[in-house]
Every structure is written in structure tokens, then in C-alpha cells.
Ligand binder design. Structure first.
Ligand code: S3P
Length: 181
């Protein structure tokens, strides 16, 4: 399953909670990009620009999609721009992997990103100003809405969101099938 959505949507934290609950592995596409490139996302943006980053992102996604076909029991978090790129959306569609859009309003996403920057020192090269952030969000939202399922996250905790996704997609049943509570 692939989680999509804007910066601050909670793709990585909800993804980890989901993976733990259903007993699948979790992967963050940005981590794979950093491993393959031997550079942090912010360094790729700084040295190779957004074009260089998108190229690295597409190559990493292609590799990951190949692995998902062989071993689908994985929750994957994409970076905020990945699903917006046509060639990536096409790749995911061709692989028939379910996608979940974690949705929230731009103000809340902005607050979460600012908090992560302050508390965890998380650098997001495209966060920019509140105005630019809102515009990018508006431009991208229609792409996220192409996901197989939309999950509202506004005002909810990570565990509430994970529980709702599990319920909506019937992931509990997979766990029950394995004889677990
Ligand atoms: C990006 C979001 C980031 C990361 C990169 C580009 C974007 O991931 O992939 O900085 O284009 O929105 P998060 O959504 O995890 O912040």
C-alpha cells in the first residue's frame, strides 16, 4: 500500500503505525533516494535542483515498484511531490498497488511542518513561505485525489488515523487471518 499527500500529511508516521499494526514492513521513498544517492534530500535539491531530485525519485520508485510486485506486504510513504509526477502515477497505476491520500487543510499542514522543523530540525526544501505552501497545496490536491482512498487527518492523532485506514481498507482481517488479535 502506498501513502500519498502533501508535506506534513503524516505519511511516514502514519505509515509506521500502520505497518506495525498489520505486521508489514514500512518504507519511506525519501530514505531509499538518500541511500541510493548517498546524499540527504536537502543536499540533492541544493546540488542538483528539483529536476535532479525528481529524476532520482523516479528511479528509486521504479526499483521499489519492482520489489512490491514480488513482496506486496509493505507500507510505503512517498514524498509530497512524487504522486504528482505523471510518470510516477502511471507506474503506480500499472503496478495496481492501492494508494491512500492522507488529507488535511493547508493551515494544519503548515503548522505540522513548522513544528517538525523546530523540534526535529527537519529540512523541507519546498516548504517556503506560507503563501507559496498554500499555492503548491492547491495545485497538487487534485492529483492526490486520484488515490484509491482519501483519509481525513485534520485534528486526529497518528493512531486514530491509522485505525481508521485499517478499518476502511479491511487490513484488520489480514491480521485476524494469521490468528492474531
Ligand atoms: C517534497 C516533499 C518531501 C521530499 C522532498 C520534496 C515535495 O517529502 O520528498 O523534499 O515535493 O513536496 P515529505 O512530503 O515527506 O515532506
Amino acid at each position: 500500500m502506498i501513502l500519498v499527500g502533501f508535506m506534513g500529511a503524516g505519511k511516514s508516521s502514519v505509515g509506521r503505525a500502520l505497518a506495525e499494526h498489520v505486521g508489514w514492513t514500512f518504507e519511506d521513498l525519501d530514505d531509499r533516494i538518500e541511500r541510493r544517492e548517498g546524499r540527504k534530500v536537502a543536499e540533492i535539491f541544493r546540488d542538483s535542483g528539483e529536476v535532479g531530485f525528481r529524476r532520482a525519485e523516479h528511479t528509486a520508485l521504479k526499483e521499489l515498484m519492482g520489489e512490491l510486485q514480488a513482496a506486496p506486504e509493505r507500507i510505503v510513504a512517498l514524498g509530497g511531490g512524487a504522486f504528482v509526477q505523471k510518470e510516477n502515477a502511471r507506474l503506480i497505476k500499472a503496478g495496481a498497488v492501492p494508494t491512500v491520500f492522507l488529507d488535511a487543510g493547508a493551515d494544519e499542514l503548515w503548522r505540522r511542518c513548522r513544528q517538525q522543523a523546530k523540534q526535529e530540525g527537519m529540512e523541507r526544501p519546498l516548504r517556503g513561505s506560507l503563501e507559496g505552501f498554500g499555492e503548491l497545496y492547491e495545485a497538487r490536491r487534485r492529483h492526490y485525489l486520484k488515490a484509491s482512498f482519501r483519509q481525513e487527518t485534520g485534528g486526529k492523532t497518528i493512531h486514530e488515523i491509522a485505525a481508521e485506514v485499517i478499518e476502511a481498507l479491511g487490513l484488520n482481517r489480514r491480521r485476524e487471518k494469521r490468528g492474531e488479535k
